[in-house]
Design a protein around this ligand. Structure first.
Ligand SMILES: Nc1ncnc2c1ncn2[C@@H]1O[C@H](COP(=O)(O)OP(=O)(O)OP(=O)(O)O)[C@@H](O)[C@H]1O
Length: 622
């Protein structure tokens, strides 16, 4: 005897209501995708059932492979997508079809509202089930969790909420396991009742869904309309670029083209098939804190998990499938973490993905450039995290430098100047600002190439001790720089040295006295040629950019910088000669340097005031 729960109305989570509103009033032309989304959910449900049935075989007592049925009904103007998968109980219906759990949803929705054509963005997000509201004015979902004697009906016409109720006897008899989704189609969506239209969409988007998809026409025989093969198990020679594209779009729920495809079978100590893709566009949650990967793990074609952390977090954008022949089918998700066989697979596949990137970088630099543009900031996390592959990841990295875009460290090292032993870089907010940074001056005068690093992650990985090909990486805004042995491009420039040289000891003493605690030291600079001053971090301190980022997050106390001055600069030279103005001039040197680093002077009003006073004095003198 089952207890009866009365029908109940529930509101959608605010994000769902907003998404539905967007879907209904939007101009998305790609309405076809609703079917792909429903089939994909149905397929996931079949996968989950097969997985649960490994430890509870009674769930599929009939032994039949779960399947997906599509039933158009012109008279009723409905299209049904039915699966005999895992199904949902009452709470699951409420949670899964009433909320969106993914973080970052709010900010994504506001981007979607602003976008002109949201299809691409929608692809990054994956609206899933809710896409059905593009074509349906009312949706009724009847579901029975596998093994349960209770059946529930979820229904909604979009808007602000849904109803949930216990199924009638008739409904319960019809849905013996899994989920039936009935779409009451909108007026202009009746084309989705045509068999040929359904077949076309399934071929285009869902052909390689592993479970049979059956079309149940109103007249005539039902028949299977997909090939239902595990594509990754087929030999490469049988597959076309179009097959790979479809497989990628299906497995990733994406709309773009894969930027790289890696398909192979490993034999030997372990056998497994690998089909992985690098997308060409960024997903919306690339920088999500959870940093979860999305490579699906199968064992002998049975889906096991989609979060088995097969690839390291810095490759979390890679999508696809690994299908092992050797892992035990009944491996629990908890056991995946510590399974030594899986650890070997992880290691081998990670190495292979990286060497594939290396190949692409060498043979098809443009194709690799696309991947780098989209995912470089993520791959660079690996330089910090993956000690073992650090040099390889540095080798993969592409940089904007003072010589141009898309430069590799290999190219950098080939172009080293005579006596140059280090690889120089500067971190900051934008390439334009970095190019104008005075810390580049001395390097520029010697034709030394400098990496201009502007991704937030750059401040972090560069804080590890790094070298490439035996050449250490060195920041131009940290510690001492010695360019003495590297010749100037224009060797006469050196003559300017004594033109208006200030008395070093006196000048430094005056500035130190004026600035007191604001700086940790004042030094003559090797970095500057034409600017008056710059700020650098001490050798043992965090680089300036990292310091700023950490300070923003209150993660570390700030350390005082070192002020470097250019003794040849007239402003610096003036300090020793004009004791009255020495204090104001010293502050000006500090504040100018802060501004050039993209910081604000601590007291902007005092800065403006000082500047005014000095200019007025200048005018009066003139
Ligand atoms: N046919 C179904 N059978 C069982 N559960 C389902 C079915 N359709 C949807 N669900 C459940 O509802 C959840 C939400 O589905 P939805 O399509 O909105 O997002 P998703 O599939 O999780 O995400 P994405 O679309 O990005 O893959 C699913 O995760 C699943 O738990």
């Amino acid at each position: 005897m089952t207890t009866t729960t009365p029908p109940e109305s529930q509101p959608f989570q605010a994000e769902v209501a907003e998404l539905l509103n967007l879907m209904v009033h939007s101009v998305y032309s790609e309405t076809d995708i609703f079917l792909r989304e429903l089939i994909s959910n149905a397929s996931d449900a079949c996968d989950k059932l097969r997985y649960e049935a490994i430890s509870a075989p009674e769930l599929i007592a009939d032994g039949a492979l779960p399947e997906i049925r599509i039933r158009p009904d012109k008279k009723a103007n409905t299209l049904s997508v039915v699966d005999s998968g895992i199904g949902m109980d009452r709470q699951e219906l409420i949670d899964n079809l009433g909320t969106i759990a993914r973080s970052g949803t709010k900010s994504f929705l506001s981007r979607l509202t602003e976008a002109k054509d949201g299809t691409n963005l929608i692809g990054q997000f994956g609206v899933g089930f809710y896409a059905a509201f593009m074509v349906a004015e009312r949706i009724v979902v009847t579901s029975r969790r596998a093994g349960s004697d209770q059946v529930f009906v979820w229904s909604s016409s979009g808007g602000s909420g849904f109803e949930i109720a216990q199924a009638s006897d008739e409904d319960a008899t019809r849905v013996t396991r899994g989920t039936e989704i009935v779409l009451h189609l909108k007026q202009d969506a009746s084309k989705y009742l045509e068999g040929f239209e359904i077949e076309r969409i399934v071929r285009a988007w869902s052909d390689n869904i592993q479970f049979p998809i059956l079309l149940m026409p109103e007249e005539g025989e039902s028949h299977q309309i997909n090939s239902a093969s595990a594509l990754w198990q087929r030999p490469k020679s049988e597959l076309t670029p179009e097959d790979y594209k479809q497989a990628y779009q299906q497995v990733a729920g994406a709309f773009d083209e894969p930027a790289m495809t890696l398909h192979y079978r490993a034999e030997g100590r372990q056998s497994y098939a690998v089909m992985l893709f690098a997308p060409s566009t960024k997903p919306f949650d690339l920088f999500d804190q959870a940093r979860k990967g999305k490579v699906k793990l199968y064992v002998r074609r049975v889906f096991i998990a989609d979060d088995a952390d097969i690839l390291p977090a810095y490759l979390r954008f890679v999508r696809g499938v690994i299908d092992s022949e050797d892992l035990p089918l009944n491996i629990s998700r908890e056991m995946l973490q510590n399974n030594p066989q899986l650890a070997q697979i992880r290691k081998a596949v990670t190495g292979r993905v990286i060497s594939e990137f290396e190949n692409l970088g060498e043979k098809e630099p443009e194709a690799f450039g696309k991947i780098w543009d989209a995912f470089g900031p993520v791959i660079k996390e690996g330089i910090w995290e993956d000690f073992e592959r650090r040099e390889k990841l540095l080798g993969l990295s592409r940089f904007t430098t003072t010589k141009g875009g898309n430069r590799s460290l290999k190219q950098y090292v080939e172009d080293l100047k005579p006596n140059q032993t280090d690889i120089y870089y500067l971190t900051g907010d934008s390439v334009e600002r970095l190019k104008a940074n005075p810390k580049l001056e001395s390097a520029t005068a010697r034709g030394i190439e400098v990496l201009l690093l502007t991704d937030p992650v750059d401040a972090f990985w560069t804080s590890a001790p790094l070298d490439f090909g035996g050449k250490p990486l060195k920041s131009l805004s940290q510690g001492d720089i010695d360019f003495a042995l590297i010749p100037l491009l224009d060797d006469k420039a050196e003559d300017k040295k004594d033109v208006s040289g200030a008395d070093e000891a006196t000048t430094i003493a005056l500035i130190k006295d004026a600035l007191g605690e604001r700086v940790s030291d004042v030094r003559a600079s090797q970095r500057l040629t034409s600017s008056a001053s710059c700020l650098v971090a001490g050798g043992g301190a965090h680089d300036r950019m990292l310091e700023r980022l950490l300070a923003m997050q209150n993660k570390a106390p700030t350390t005082r910088p070192i002020l470097e001055i250019n003794l040849r600069h007239p402003l610096v030279a003036a300090i020793a000669g004009d004791k009255d103005a020495a204090k104001d001039l010293s502050f000006l040197l500090l504040e100018q340097a802060q501004i050039l680093d993209g910081e604000l002077p601590e007291d902007p009003a005092a800065f403006a005031n000082r500047l005014t006073q000095l200019v007025l004095r200048g005018i009066a003198k003139g």
